[in-house]
Write a protein that binds this ligand. Sequence first.
Ligand code: NI
Ligand code: MN
Length: 228
Amino acid sequence: VMNITYYGHSCFGVEINGKHLLFDPFITPNELAKNIDATTVKADYILISHGHEDHIADAVSIAKRTNALVVCNWEIYVWLKNKGVENIHPMNTGGKKAFDFGSIKCVKAEHSSSMPDGTYGGNPMGFVIESTDKNFYYAGDTALTYDMKLIGNYRKIDFAFLPIGDNFTMGVDNAIICCKDFINCGDVIGMHYDTFGFIKIDQEEAKHKFSTQGKQLTLLQIGETISK
Ligand code: NI
Ligand code: MN
């Protein structure tokens, strides 16, 4: 069983085999997540999809407090080193690495990436997490891209975290195409919606669109934990 906790925007904690993975920590600047105390969020691993502020804002402070192993691309590795973060494992698109909870494979995300201070952030990524329990796909910020077909061919994806807010990433309609035609997954947890004006969605309409295609879209309350 995996326990999944939503911290708002694209930030999730996923507990796998007793280890806590934290994805794209963006908590303290997020008005919608003001009830989340970033100083108590657990992490053994912090995975960062790309360098944009809304994915990395709390990475340095949580990494230093928890001494979690940060997994990110080479450019973000260098940037975090310069901020005094010491426990970092650099990877890049296409690479896979086994850790004690399971493995991480870095996959393509069609987006951009720069650091909050404007320095170059390398290429954005998504992650395929494999474990003895389940496999899942965390897409990061991405457009619908035909490369997602490779993910569906590569592994059985039990569930997926997909951006659905449109404007900066794919929206609901393209996320449905991703599920149906590319990654062959019927169980989606939505992310990257409602945080800013640009990405406000109609949540009921989004869920309805998925259900009419035989797919399930779960939109978690911030602070909510579910098990899969
Ligand atoms: Ni972004
Ligand atoms: Mn973003």
